[in-house]
Design a protein around this ligand. Structure first.
Ligand code: DSN
Length: 408
């Protein structure tokens, strides 16, 4: 590289990544093949539109790239192309979620031409939901009205009766399940029943656990959801990008006007609704990651990710730290480091850990009494360090080191 300034910065970041223990639950380390696809000449091409229907010439190769990514995505999650479609163009998770709301329940206008926002039922940010599940600071909370739900105060897990009660009362157009800081398995069947009961679409945002679904260590949402969104760079271990899967015949749409229209609506919402030219280098890198995730080694990897998270949670609990919901079934855990004033704040915890070479993020815990800028918790995840070969015994050691640093 001739640009020495950027070259130095890339080198510095490469070294930083090597030096630290990375426990950011949403990060991972991609393969050389993924990097090669990302850094390829595919970045030079405009391909607005979809395979076979582009607005620019010269797209015969790009069509093949995009179709291959679509085929691999459906195959990885064991989906028949007769039942499911997938859009691989979203640049990342936030635009993917926005595209779904735009497609399924666009804001309408009142007679006085003011906006009439539809209702999106999503988990509140403080309990583990994502900004794009309707939080007021996100466009999704400005053009849609969030119907918030959360976890039970005592158990810190989802209370499906309560969720049903809220959905029945508020009648949202979409119910979103799948979160950024929820360490437990989600009962998608129960969500389907609730969605059917109140006539809502069921959208699952599996960004965090997509890799675990692919590896067979987390239940697949596809049997129950109408739409599934996912980023591709977390447990799935691909480049930063996203995908939207949509059912050709959503159960509560069969026979109704608009049935079989869902994938078309999603495609239109992504392009031209929200985005311009797709990033085909990124889509090619997604295709590479999808093929990698279909290999037996990836299954082993995801098993280890979950075992490692259990080992980390178990040892931290043994050392006296409160783990939100009492543990984890996934790749992540939330540690209550504040413990009602007996411990330290999440901000201080993450800063101290960073100084000791352990990278985490501060995180609210359900019913947090502190603020999001200095919450009561930290979120820890095992995907990145498992990619580097760490096992349970290593995570037990990491837990000990975390304990030392936090108790100083
Ligand atoms: N920022 C991601 C996470 O860390 O979970 C979600 O978008």
């Amino acid at each position: 590289m001739k640009d020495t300034q950027i070259k130095k910065l890339i080198e510095a970041e490469r070294k930083r990544q090597k030096r630290v223990i990375n426990l950011i639950a949403s990060e991972n380390y991609v393969s050389k093949d993924v990097l090669e696809a990302l850094g390829s000449e595919l970045t030079n091409k405009y391909a607005e539109g979809y395979p076979g229907a582009r607005y620019y010439g010269g797209n015969e190769v790009m069509d093949k790239v995009e179709r291959l990514a679509q085929e691999r995505a459906l195959e990885l999650f064991k989906l028949s192309p007769d039942e499911w479609a997938v859009n691989v163009q979203p640049l990342s998770g936030s635009p993917a979620n926005l595209a779904v709301y735009l497609a399924l329940c666009p804001p309408s206008r009142n007679p006085d031409s003011s906006f009439q926002p539809a209702r999106v039922m999503g988990m509140t940010l403080a309990h583990g939901g994502h900004l794009t599940h309707g939080h007021k600071v996100s466009a999704t909370g400005k053009f849609w009205t969030q119907v918030p739900y959360g976890v039970d105060e005592k158990t810190e897990v989802l209370d499906y009766e309560k969720i049903k009660e809220i959905a029945t009362r508020e009648k949202p157009a979409i119910i979103v399940a799948g979160y950024t800081a929820y360490p437990r398995i989600i009962d998608f069947k129960k969500f389907r029943e609730i969605a059917d009961f109140c006539g809502a679409y069921l959208m699952v945002d599996m960004s965090h656990f997509a890799g675990l679904v692919a590896g067979g260590v987390y239940p697949s949402p596809f049997e129950y959801a109408d739409v599934v969104t996912t980023t591709t760079h977390k447990t799935l271990r691909g480049p930063r990008a996203a995908m939207i899967f949509s059912r050709r015949d959503p159960p509560n749409m069969i026979g109704r006007a608009g049935a079989r229209e869902l994938p078309k609506k999603i495609d239109k919402a992504v392009f031209p609704g929200l985005q311009g030219g797709p990033h085909l280098n990124q889509i090619a890198a997604v295709a590479v990651a999808l093929a990698e995730a279909a290999r037996p080694e990836f299954k082993k990897y995801t098993k280890q990710v979950v075992k490692n998270a259990a080992a980390l949670a178990g040892e931290l609990a043994r050392l006296g730290w409160r783990i939100v919901s009492g543990g984890t079934d996934t790749h992540l855990l939330l540690v209550d480091v504040w413990m009602n004033g007996k411990g330290i704040g999440g901000k201080e915890a993450s800063e101290r850990l960073e100084k000791a070479g352990i990278i985490v993020n501060k995180n609210t815990i359900p019913f947090d009494t502190r603020s999001p800028v200095d919450p009561s918790g930290i979120r820890l995840g095992t995907p990145a360090e498992t990619t580097r070969g760490k096992q349970e015994k290593d995570f037990t050691e990491i837990a000990k080191k975390i304990n030392e640093v936090l108790r100083k």
